[in-house]
Design a protein around this ligand. Structure first.
Ligand code: FAD
Length: 455
């Protein structure tokens, strides 16, 4: 009888343990279930839906080359999979483990209705499995990474199957176009189409590009004007490439790649945190933040909108926010600066920023997003301190963001290097906004707010 493969954020054919296990047993029916009910308010945001559409189209094309195809169904996972299993006479559903709280609930519900076989492979090690000497999971990155590194390298990735046996007849599938995952009017995805190629081939291309420059990563990764990082985050998020594939390919690139592999380890660490704290995307890990006097009301909402639109009057922040809007991605150093600016300069609750990123990032990832926002706010288990307030202007100079700013804030493109990070009123074009708040005032206000939480 046929075997169902339930695909989620693991949209690849190579190094895919669920497909390999199913194919060893019989004809395979790969299915993607669009299930917004289970995820509720964590249903995918706009940029992720755009990515998903193209990734599913690409996976279907790849499957067809192997004699298979991708089934699309909509509804609650457990209902859809149980009905499909009955319809095709399948006894088993294979899938990779996922750790977002809603996926863990869904796995329980599915397992209540059909035989569900879960496999590893989306992380360097199964989240929650790396433990201290006393058997507890880690909360903090550095000791976590030290322990995980000892278990590395991950197993060699398995090659792609030559063919995937098809059932005698295919069950009915939805039409991808009918899912309406793409924007219509306005079509905001032009910049994304130019920059990304969702799917397994796009992921392999990024990996090859990166292997050539991996040895310079450590020195260059913090400079947003240099395209020094891998751009693998959306591909890793959607599982179009496995971290084991990344590890083995980059490891062979030579040079010092430890810093890069350590960043891939952050991705594992974030999952390890949400396994322990499933509400991490909504609940600060430190109680002191329950009483934090976040700004709310009309003026704060106007500031939030200015931040979202890249009109804060701080060129580095604005460049980042516009890069995000156009491409669905932002350089990591600039994510840190822009997030810190929202939280500490504007005193707006980090959850507002987390939600904006959730909607606009093509790599929006529940664990990585929540962990990085809580880290920036100083509310997390691993935290940076709230009182360490990043100065956007000196960050911009230190990490030489001039080229980056000229690319994303075109109204400042003609300013000389000496003016670009912090345009003086004489040089600043009229179309560029005044600063929402001066750095020194923002710093004082933030420190005063922090003092109140201790009262
Ligand atoms: P590279 O530098 O090439 O790193 C390789 C891979 O390591 C990345 O693809 C990613 O999978 C992983 N990685 C790198 N840095 C981190 C990190 N700090 N935390 C977790 N994983 C990391 N990353 C996401 O994938 N999804 C998110 O939703 C997300 N939200 C973020 C929110 C904030 C406020 C901040 C400061 C960072 C966030 N990051 C998030 C982490 C990081 O910015 C991106 O992973 C990185 O910029 C992706 O670019 P890259 O693939 O070129 O990274």
């Amino acid at each position: 009888s046929p075997v169902i493969v339930w695909l989620r954020r693991d949209l690849r054919l190579s190094d895919q343990a669920a497909i390999a296990a199913a194919a060893a047993k019989g004809p395979v029916i790969p299915v993607y279930v669009l299930d917004d009910e289970t995820a509720k308010h964590r249903a995918m945001g706009g940029a992720s839906r755009w990515w998903l559409h193209h990734s599913l189209a690409s996976l279907d094309a790849d499957l067809r080359q192997k004699g298979s195809r991708l089934m699309l169904r909509k509804g609650r996972c457990e209902d859809v999979l149980a009905a499909l299993a009955e319809e095709v006479g399948a006894d088993e559903v294979h899938a990779l483990h996922h750790y977002e709280p809603w996926w863990r609930n869904a796995e329980k519900a599915v397992a209540g209705k059909v035989r569900l076989c879960l496999h590893d492979g989306n992380y360097l090690a199964p989240p929650g499995s790396v433990r201290t000497g006393s058997g507890a999971p880690y909360k903090i990155y550095t000791p976590f990474w030290r322990a995980l590194e000892k278990q590395m390298p991950p197993p060699e990735p398995r090659p792609c199957l030559q063919t995937i046996a098809a059932p005698q007849t295919w069950p009915a599938s939805d039409d991808l176009q009918d899912w309406k995952l793409l924007p219509t009017a306005p079509d905001w995805a032009g910049g994304m189409r130019n920059f990304w190629e969702p799917g397994e081939q796009g992921a392999q291309m990024r990996l090859r590009d990166f292997a050539d420059k991996a040895s310079r990563y450590k020195e260059e990764r913090d400079f947003p004007s240099i395209k020094a990082t891998s751009f693998l985050s959306p591909h890793l998020h959607f599982g179009e490439i496995s971290p084991a594939q990344v590890w083995h390919a980059v490891g062979k690139a030579g040079g010092s790649v430890a810093t890069f592999l350590g960043e891939v380890g952050w991705r594992d660490c974030a999952q390890n945190v949400i396994v322990q704290f499933p509400d991490y995307g909504a609940v600060p890990a430190r109680d002191t933040f329950d009483a934090f006097p976040w700004r709310t009301g009309e003026a704060a909402r106007a500031d939030l909108r200015a931040w979202q639109q890249g009109r804060t009057g701080y060129p580095i922040v604005d460049a980042g926010m516009r890069q995000l809007w156009h491409t669905g991605w932002m350089h990591n150093r600039v994510r840190m600066i822009a997030a810190s600016f929202l939280i500490k300069h504007l005193l707006i609750d980090w959850r507002e920023g987390e939600q904006w990123f959730w909607d606009t990032l093509v790599d929006a990832d529940y664990a990585s997003n929540a962990v990085n926002w809580q880290w920036t706010a100083g509310s997390g288990v691993d935290s940076n301190m709230f009182v360490r307030i990043m100065a956007p202007l000196s960050q911009s100079e230190k990490f030489d963001a001039a080229v980056y700013i000229r690319e994303w804030v075109p109204e400042l493109a003609d300013l000389p290097d000496g003016e670009i990070h912090d345009p003086s009123p004489v040089c600043r074009p009229e179309s560029y906004p005044d600063r929402l708040i001066e750095h020194r005032d923002a710093r004082e206000r933030a420190l005063a707010a922090w003092e109140k939480t201790k009262a």
